[in-house]
Structures are given as structure tokens and as C-alpha cells.
Design a protein. Structure first.
Length: 98
């Protein structure tokens, strides 16, 4: 494996890690949203339930849309990084560790 391949894999791995982190944050946000809307539904009279349902903007469809957008952006970032490698010459100089 040459220097460019090593660096390419390093960039791809770290970009993937970054976007997995974004997906975890999205999951955390969804869970927190569900907890708070559940509390709201329990604490208000039942006649307000339709209004609460209408206000519930972070449904499964919206989360799936945001998840897809996050993955699309991550994949585009990886493709962009890979496309930029042709503009560089990458060499490594390994130092001896004593």
C-alpha cells in the first residue's frame, strides 16, 4: 500500500467516524424529543391531543429524511476528498522511534 492509499483510507475512516457521530446525535435528539412529547401528552387534557400530534414535527419520516441527508453529505464529502487527491503528491518519511 502506497502513501496515497494510506492517507486516503485515513481520511475516509475519519470522515465516516464524523458522520456516524452526527447520526448518533440525531438519534439522541429524536429520543429526547420523544421523551418530552410523551410527557406533554400525559400532562395535558386529552382534548389537546390532536394539537400535540400536529406539533410533533420530528416523526419517523422526518428522522429518516435527516438521516438520509446526513449520509448523503458524508458520502459526498468522501467523494470530494478522494477527487482532490489527484492535485497532490503524497509521500511519507518514517522516523525511527527510539
Amino acid at each position: 500500500m502506497d502513501a496515497e492509499d494510506i492517507f486516503r483510507k485515513y481520511c475516509e475512516r475519519n470522515t465516516t467516524t464524523l458522520f456516524k457521530g452526527f447520526l448518533m446525535i440525531l438519534e439522541d435528539l429524536q429520543k429526547e424529543h420523544e421523551i418530552h412529547f410523551s410527557k406533554l401528552k400525559k400532562s395535558l387534557p386529552k382534548e389537546f391531543l390532536p394539537l400535540i400530534e400536529q406539533a410533533d414535527y420530528l416523526d419517523k419520516e422526518k428522522v429518516q429524511h435527516l438521516r438520509k441527508r446526513t449520509l448523503d453529505i458524508g458520502n459526498e464529502a468522501i467523494r470530494s476528498i478522494e477527487g482532490g487527491f489527484e492535485n497532490f503528491t503524497i509521500d511519507f518519511e518514517f522516523k525511527k522511534i527510539l
